[in-house]
Design a protein around this ligand. Structure first.
Ligand code: F6R
Ligand code: MG
Ligand code: MG
Length: 364
């Protein structure tokens, strides 16, 4: 069965501050998608949140970039914004950059990850969703999942994965893309993936069959808006089992601390902490950045699940280490490398402050 899985997300208002989402906002999104399912537009849906980001997970048969599906997501975010405004939630409608919908939510603020595929006999899916970080945060985990045999033993011992995977990498500033193959071109690939502020993995394909394996949201909110609004808080869909990595191979990169950009005012480096959905409420210094993982089996497009995959004591130790890294970095206060490097600070609110002081600079 040909199927499209769309994950479309936006921050339409935080409760309290930017730390979490209000139940009434979530309820409104559920009502909208329930109605759309009743009308036959969606096969199934699941609404969840990661911190202050509302996540619409939808299955349908309208393909990627469908105007109908994007309009449904946009209208849902608008109605949820109205709920957020009535409760005077913080930053109500913050990610909705346009006044009206115009065909596709891309470039209008929300983040999107969509993939079309034919559902396998057993279709296992993992959806990662993050808060208080930028698109590009998936580079390191996706590299480990699909190219690092120390992470994914299947690359070595499973014959259906042994030929490797193809990465589509986007230059988010110059709007260019390149495809590179693992394992042959991993040294070339790492030139770019190691700079996640500029290059982000958009998609990964099974090399032999060409089948889609993973897709992520690469939208940069600050580049779209031309000013700092909030972080991208990206999402990523990964297909699992069979010719794709096992669930445990997909989660394994998150068992060690990855340092990402984001956290307080989107201006700091901090540890990405894998948590259960109920723990995705970044409060300490508005963080540290969080990632949740929702696992599903698909049954003719029905979303069987989710299983809250990081709700597992096996991730307690990385959470503990993330807290130690957080303490360590916090002691540096406003100094780099806790604070982002100067060129990245251009996409925050700091230039406004620097502008005021510009006239006081004298030649040396
Ligand atoms: C980071 C984030 C928060 C806010 C901070 C200030 O992505 O959302 O750290 O930047 O709470 O928020 P405002 O400017 O809305 O008061
Ligand atoms: Mg927010
Ligand atoms: Mg957020």
């Amino acid at each position: 069965m040909e199927l499209t899985l769309s994950v479309i997300k936006a921050d339409v208002g935080g409760y309290v501050g930017h730390s979490s989402s209000h139940p009434d906002v979530i309820q409104k999104a559920k009502e909208k998608l329930e109605h759309a399912q009743g009308q036959g537009l969606l096969i199934d849906y699941h609404v969840t949140v990661c911190g202050d980001d509302l996540q619409l997970i939808m299955t349908h048969q309208h393909g990627e970039d469908s105007e109908q599906i994007h309009k449904l997501a946009w209208d849902t975010f608008v109605e949820c914004t109205n709920v957020a405004k009535s409760l005077k939630l913080h930053g109500a409608g913050q990610d909705l950059l346009a006044d009206a919908f115009s065909g596709n939510v891309k470039g209008m603020g929300p983040g999107t990850a969509e993939m079309q595929f034919s559902e396998r006999q057993a279709e296992t899916i993992v959806i990662f969703m993050a808060d208080k970080t930028a698109s590009g945060a998936w580079n390191l985990p996706l590299y480990k999942i699909f190219a690092d045999p120390f992470n994914t033993i299947g690359l070595v011992i499973a014959s259906n994965m042994h030929s490797g995977f193809t990465f589509e990498i986007h230059d988010v500033k110059e709007h260019k893309k390149i495809r590179l193959n693992a394992p042959e071109e991993i040294y070339d690939m790492l030139v770019f993936l190691g700079a996640p502020g500029r290059y982000a993995v958009k998609a990964v394909y099974h090399k032999e069959s060409g089948e889609i394996a993973a897709v992520s949201s690469t939208q940069r909110l600050s580049l779209m808006a031309g000013r700092y609004i909030g972080k991208d808080d990206p999402v990523c869909i990964v297909r699992s089992q069979g010719k794709f990595p096992a669930v445990g191979e997909i989660l394994e990169p998150f068992a060690s601390v990855n340092i990402v950009e984001g956290w307080m005012r989107g201006s700091h480096h901090g540890p990405l902490m894998p948590v259960a959905v109920r723990e995705s409420n970044p409060c300490r210094f508005d963080g540290p950045p969080r990632v949740i993982a929702a696992g599903f089996q698909l049954a003719n497009g029905k979303l069987v699940g989710p299983r809250d995959l990081f709700d597992d004591p096996a991730f307690d130790e990385v959470r503990h280490q993330a807290n130690i890294v957080a303490d360590f970095l916090r002691r540096m206060g406003p100094f780099e490398p806790h604070r982002l490097p100067l060129e990245e600070m251009e996409y925050t609110t700091m230039p406004e402050v620097a502008k005021k002081l510009a006239p006081r600079f004298q030649d040396i």
